[in-house]
Design a protein around this ligand. Structure first.
Ligand code: DX5
Ligand code: ZN
Length: 214
């Protein structure tokens, strides 16, 4: 299992310390949440802050764009150090074009779907991508409760991936806790994102180790 702590719940006045903590931890990836206040009802940060984070990171940088018109920013996030760029199906009327652009920029590409979007909407682009991000909360905020129906979506997507022998990772994003992590992995998830659970823990390093051990 790949564990990707979300920096959204980090302390932005001490980002260097939080990045140092992640670097020494058992976490595998950085998960970097970008919000534009239009696609989602919240604003986080953009390519500039992302670049500071990736320069402190010694790990794989997974950037989750919760923004409209990602084509206008894909190059900026590549230059800011993104290894993977995930865009939202709901934000992209020309999703295939967006995927090609990100690949041509030399990044891995992920597609995220909101809780109400069926996994069947992904069928015609699965062969073109590296990762599917199943949102298990409505994107926009950290610290929300896991939506239980996501478990069926993970299983359904896993079945399609296995049947078609595809090389795609399933990422689950939102509301992941020590209590539900096992269930999510057993359903077929490869990557767990955890924001609040990691950064609001008394001992984030220990929490990361516990999540890795579930
Ligand atoms: C939700 C973000 C998530 C979120 C995860 O809009 O995409 O990455 O920050 O945070 P938790 O784990 O606190 O739900
Ligand atoms: Zn995210």
């Amino acid at each position: 299992m790949i564990l990707a702590p979300s920096l959204l719940s980090a302390n932005f006045l001490q980002l260097q310390q939080d990045c140092d903590m992640l670097n020494t931890s058992q976490a595998d990836w950085y998960h970097i949440d970008v919000m534009d206040g239009t696609f989602v009802p919240n604003i986080s940060f953009g390519a500039m802050v992302t670049k500071f984070i990736t320069s402190a990171s010694t790990k794989y940088n997974d950037v989750h764009l919760m923004i409209n018109k990602p084509e206008n920013y894909a190059e900026a996030f590549r230059d800011a150090g993104a290894n993977n760029l995930t865009i939202h199906l709901e934000a992209c009327p020309h999703l295939h074009r967006n995927i090609e652009q990100i690949k041509n920029l030399g990044m891995h590409v992920g597609v995220a779907i909101n809780p109400h979007t069926p996994v069947s909407t992904l069928i015609n682009i699965l062969q073109d991508i590296d990762l599917v991000c199943l949102m298990s909360v409505n994107p926009g905020f950290g610290g929300q409760a896991f939506i239980p129906n996501t478990i069926q979506k993970i299983a359904a997507l896993k079945q399609i991936i296995n049947e078609q022998n595809l090389n795609i990772k399933i990422e689950v994003d939102g509301g992941v806790t020590l209590e539900n992590a096992k269930l999510i992995i057993n359903a077929g998830a490869d990557i767990l994102v955890a924001g609040n659970t990691v950064f609001k823990a008394q001992n984030p390093l220990e929490m990361i180790a516990k999540l890795k051990a579930v």
